[in-house]
Design a protein around this ligand. Structure first.
Ligand SMILES: [Zn+2]
Length: 330
């Protein structure tokens, strides 16, 4: 585990440094084809990256990969209740220290949409609920943007080059575009687990910075290299996902990416879950992600509860396998 197959000089596509690097052999395990791919670990910034980007990447994505499942529950609130819920969410995200908002939040339960996604709105430090919000690589059913919209942040838009066609999803415009084809000025540009799939992360973030208003926020969620999961599971860490994940960024690599593209990292929040631990153990046992079993099969309730505790502990210690990085446009 974690044993390189050789060393060779490699020019990192993130920090540009050319150095003698460890080369690892990783196996495809989402479908369980076990096709192998070589990855280099940059000895300067710690980013793990595929040695050669396959020319036919599309064939590694299952047909249903881009069609996220739509919500099946109805809207939580209608009419006046929706207006109150929106006031609640806007006040919590934009003016968290206001006394009136604080009092209302003590009296009323938090809307479910805000429980799930409110932290992104709070940490992004938006100026107003009219700030334009863009989700890059959002899939055909951008549930996150639809929830933002229900929370009263209505200026939302999603793009994904791999969806079939432009459409509206629960009031959210979803465009079949790449980020370089976009114009406009956004208060928040988000990439939730899409940057690791892009062949050119530096170019992608330059466009994200170009689309931000001064002091706008870029939110990036990615797997994080060099933490507990890499040390414990090595090539069986579920987030490596070769060859779809072309990169696993270290914290240093993320900071460097920001510095090169006009973005200043101001907050990092780790967000691994018990699923990541269970799925990595299943890889160790030779069970592909897309097996007929459920991800919790083969584990007792006590084990699953331990995984939850472990994931929380790793998140608190900033040593988990996934994180949300918040950048401000410089
Ligand atoms: Zn590097």
């Amino acid at each position: 585990m974690n044993k390189p197959i050789r060393h060779q000089p490699f020019a990192c596509r993130i920090c540009s440094k050319r150095a003698e690097s460890e080369i690892f052999l990783l196996s495809e395990m989402m479908h369980g084809t076990r096709e192998t791919f070589e990855y280099a670990k940059c000895s300067n910034c710690g980013c793990l990256q595929i040695l050669e980007i396959p020319a036919d990447l599309g064939r590694y994505y299952p047909q249903d990969y881009y069609s996220m499942q739509p919500r099946d529950e109805p809207d939580e609130y209608k009419g006046i209740k929706r207006l109150i819920a929106q006031w609640y969410c806007r006040s919590a995200a934009l003016t968290p220290s206001s006394i009136l908002g604080h009092t209302v939040r003590r009296l009323l339960p938090m809307p479910t949409d805000f429980v799930s996604y409110g932290t992104y709105l709070i940490e992004s430090r938006l100026r107003s609920s009219r700030d334009k919000i863009l989700d890059v690589g959002c899939g055909a059913s951008p549930n996150r943007l639809a929830a933002f919209r229900r929370c009263g942040f209505r200026n939302v838009e999603g793009v994904d080059p791999f969806i079939e066609k432009d459409h509206i999803y629960e009031g959210v415009p979803v465009l079949r575009r790449t980020i370089d084809q976009l114009e406009g000025e956004y208060g928040l540009v988000m990439l939730h687990h899409s940057l690791e799939h892009t062949p050119d992360p530096v170019g992608t973030l330059r466009h994200a910075a170009r689309l931000l208003r001064p002091d706008g926020t870029c939110l990036i969620r990615v797997p994080v290299m060099g933490t507990y999961f890499w040390r414990r599971f090595g090539e069986n860490w579920v987030e490596l996902d070769p060859p779809r994940h072309l990169y696993s960024f270290s914290v240093d690599a993320m900071r460097l990416l920001g510095e090169q593209t006009g973005l200043r990292l101001y907050k990092t929040t780790f967000d691994s879950s018990a699923w990541e631990i269970a799925a990595s153990i299943r890889y160790e046992r030779g069970i592909p992600l897309r097996s007929t079993q459920k991800s919790t099969d083969g584990f007792s309730a006590t084990e699953l509860s331990e995984f939850n505790k472990k994931a929380q502990e790793l998140n608190d210690n900033q040593d988990a396998g996934r994180a949300c990085f918040y950048f401000k446009r410089i």
